[in-house]
Ligand binder design. Sequence first.
Ligand code: ASP
Length: 402
Amino acid sequence: MKLWQKVLIGFGIGTVLGLIFPQLAALKPVGDLFIRLIKMLIAPMVFASLVVGASSIGDLRKLGRVGGKTLVYFLVTTAIAIIIGIIIALVIQPGADYVLLEVEEEYEPTPMPNVTDVIVDMVPTNILSSLVSDNMLQIIVAALLIGIAAAMIGDKGKPFLTFCDSLAEVMYNITGLVMNLAPYAAGALMAWVTATSGADVLLPLAKALVAVYIANIIHAAIIYSGAVYIFARMNPLDFFRGMFEAWAVAFTTCSSAATLPVAMRNAQENLGVPSEISSFVQPLGATINMDGTAIYQGVCAYFIAQVYGIQLGLPQYLMIIFTATLASIGTAGVPGAGMIMLSLVLQTVGLPLDGILLLAGVDRIFDMIRTSMNVIGDAAGAIVVASTEGELNLPTGIDISG
Ligand code: ASP
C-alpha cells in the first residue's frame, strides 16, 4: 500500500476513534514525537540545500529575478486569498445567528511590527545562533551569501559545497524515513483533535468554520490549480496528488515550518521542482507566505464585526486586505500563530479584540485548513517560479509511493 493511502487511513481511523473515545486525546505524544523528528531536520536542511542552490544559480541577476518573482507571487496570491475570504464571508454571513455571550477576559493586541526592524533583523549577527534558534529569514540570508561566495571562490569552495550537498541529502533521507511514521502521527493527532473539540465547542462556530474551509477550497481550486496549469501546464490533480503527504502533515501538525522538509521533498520528487528553486521558495514561503492564514483573518474579521453588530464599509474592507496581508507575512509557521496575528487586523480596523476569545476554543480546527493551504500555496509558487525560469522537470507519471 502506498504511503499516502496509509496516511489517509490513519487519518480516518484517528478521527472516528477520537470522536468515540475521548480518552484517546492521550495519544497526542505520538504526534508530537513525529513533529519533533521532522523539526530537527529543518535548520540543517534549509541551510545546506539553499547554500548548494545559491551556488548553482550562481548568477546574481538570476537570483534577484527568482527572488522578485517569488515575492510578487506571494503578495498577489495572499491578497486574492483575503478577497476570496471576504466574499465567502459576505455570502455565508458566518456571524448571523451567533449569540454573543459575555466575554470576560481581555485580549492583548499584538503590536504592529516595525518594517525597518524586520528588515534589519533579517541579517544575522551570528550565523550559528540563527541556526540554533531556527530563525528562518536569517538562515536564508546567510545561506544565500555563503552559497554565492562558495561559487565565486571556485575550486576552494568545492569541498564545502560537496559537504552541504551531502548534508542536504542526509536530511532528505531522514525525512523519507520519518515519513513512515506519518500514518500513526496523523491518526494520533486527529484522535486528539476530535476527542478534545466536542460538538458543544464546534457548533456555535460551525458557520465561521464552514466559511473558512469553503474559501480555502475555492482558493486552491481556482488560484493554485490555475497557477500550475497556466504557468506550467501541470494537471492540477497531479499537483494536489503530488503534494498530498505534505498536505496531510500540515493538516495534522498545524505547522508549516515543521512540514517544510516533507513539502520540499514532495515538490522536488513528485512535481519536478529543481532543488535550487524549491530550497529558496519553500522555506521563504513557510516564513512569509500564508494564504490560508490570510483567508482565516479575512473571514474572522468579518465574523467578529458581524457578531458585535459593526457595519464595515469599503475603507474597512481595504484595510482588512492590507493588514491581513501584512499580518500573514508576520505570522510564524507554528500552531496558533495566525490567531494571535488576527489581533493586529482587528486593532487596525477598529474591531473588538475580545472577539478573538470567541474563536480560540476551535482554533485548532481553523489552523488545520490554514496551515495546509499555506503549505500548498508555497509549493504552487515554487512551480510557477521554476517553470517561468524554464527549469521545471515535469514528471511523466506521478509516483507518490514515498
Ligand atoms: N499554523 C499556521 C502555519 O504554520 C500559521 C497560523 O497559525 O495561521 O502555517
